[in-house]
Design a protein around this ligand. Structure first.
Ligand code: HEC
Ligand code: HEC
Length: 367
């Protein structure tokens, strides 16, 4: 033991000498390279990337480390990726979110597929406008990470690798420049790279004349059911899914609507106020973001509260016409559905599964 003491003292000294007391990082080169997103099919819209947070190779790489690092939570057990898991298209298989110390949230974990295209607000109720700010609310959330942004910043400043990663990503001059804002920016850069565009559904969309090359007969029938709108056939009831989960690249209009899952005669009858909790307008209660249906096969259970376990249960809901509420969307109308219709619709929904997205190495755990 006595012989160990000088040895330990020497170690401490070496450590102290190696570390620049001011945390100066300017000796590390800063040469940002633009991150090139894949070329998206022509039917995709332009992604809106904030002008003050352009995607760079080192920014995305830093964001990926942070996304997978439990260092962001109070007891270092929960990372973003604990809830948003790649194999479930960055959702998970639980009804509602489970955060630090097993604490239960109130809502189902949404998939992060094509989040960069969600132009009308994030979260089920739209209360966050950007991933950058969302991150700064997720860290202190008592049922998610239950930590402080300052606490994370302090840990990252003392980390052996992060100061250099922040330097390369943002050109900071010293360790002290690491900030919550930059954490949000880096994670947002990574999250925007999570694009899905290589499902069978996309290949069929490339050239609609050649759909039959890609789709089975069942999938083609499913597509017809999915897209049959009142404008096509005003006199017969129809699934009309594409009215809200619109039949283009995103499979959502990004609108906030009430799809009839709860009976309600007054705002207070909705168990979760949804958009109404943000705007306080009676018409907005029980309205939730129309989710994308990309990789929907992988993201059960379904709806903001995870109430439906299977796609079959979801279809039974829509076919029944749902519950009456004073602001239910007029496109939620009961329609007859045979066993065959159900199978065909589900086959079409499964054509939206993008295996390449689920297995893409660049989206996986970098540690
Ligand atoms: C404890 C589980 C949990 C953790 C940890 C978590 N999330 Fe989430 N995430 C959720 C839930 C639940 C929602 C939906 C919440 C709501 O609508 O109120 C959500 C929503 C989101 C959304 C919005 C998606 C959409 O469709 O609008 C983004 C983006 C997101 N999370 C990114 C992150 C990032 C980045 C981290 C890490 C900083 C993170 N999440 C950590 C559970 C989690
Ligand atoms: C009036 C607009 C509207 C129509 C029409 C509609 N949906 Fe939805 N859909 C929504 C909304 C809004 C949600 C989210 C509701 C919630 O969670 O409270 C949703 C949720 C879903 C979900 C769950 C997604 C998830 O990630 O949890 C699936 C699956 C789905 N819809 C499929 C369909 C199918 C199939 C049809 C046609 C039979 C259809 N929808 C018709 C608006 C609509």
């Amino acid at each position: 033991m006595t012989r160990l003491i000088p040895f330990l003292a020497a170690l401490v000294l070496i450590g102290a000498c190696n570390k620049d007391p001011l945390g100066d990082l300017e000796h590390i080169p800063y040469a940002p390279q633009p991150y090139s997103m894949p070329e998206m099919p022509y039917f995709f819209p332009e992604m809106e990337i904030p002008a003050d947070n352009p995607q760079t190779v080192d920014g995305v790489a830093l964001g990926r480390y942070l996304f997978y690092d439990p260092i962001l939570s109070a007891d270092s057990t929960i990372a973003c990726a604990s809830c948003h898991r790649q194999e479930y298209a960055f959702s998970n298989h639980l009804e509602v979110a489970v955060g630090i110390e097993g604490r239960l949230g109130t809502r189902n974990v949404p998939s992060l597929v094509n989040v960069g295209y969600m132009s009308k607000g994030l979260l089920w109720d739209g209360r966050r406008k950007s991933v950058e700010t969302l991150v700064l609310h997720t860290i202190p959330d008592p049922v998610e990470m239950d930590f402080t942004v300052e606490g994370v910043v302090a840990r990252l400043k003392n980390h052996p690798d992060y100061p250099e990663r922040f330097r390369k990503a943002f050109g900071i001059k010293e360790t002290g420049d690491i900030s919550g804002e930059l954490i949000g920016q880096a994670i947002a850069q990574f999250v925007r790279t999570l694009v899905s565009y290589q499902s069978k559904y996309d290949y069929a969309n490339w050239d609609r004349g050649a759909e039959t090359q890609f789709f089975s007969e069942s999938e083609l029938r499913g597509k017809l059911l999915f897209t049959t709108e009142p404008s096509i056939d005003p006199f017969s009831p129809h699934p009309g899914c594409s009215h809200c989960h619109n039949n283009t690249a995103l499979l959502t209009t990004n609108e906030f609507l009430n799809n009839g899952i709860n009976p309600a005669l007054a705002p207070a009858d909705f168990p979760d106020p949804g958009l109404g909790g943000i705007t306080n307008k009676p018409i907005d209660y029980g309205r939730f973001k129309v989710p994308t249906l990309r990789n929907i096969e992988m993201t059960a259970p379904y709806m903001h509260d995870g109430r439906f376990k299977t796609l079959e249960e979801v279809l039974n809901h829509y076919s029944s016409g749902g519950h009456y509420s004073y602001n239910v969307d007029p496109n939620i109308i009961a329609f007859p559905m045979s066993e065959q219709d159900k199978q065909d619709l589900i086959a079409f929904l499964k054509s939206m599964t993008d295996e390449k997205f689920l297995q893409e190495n660049a989206f996986g755990n970098p540690f």
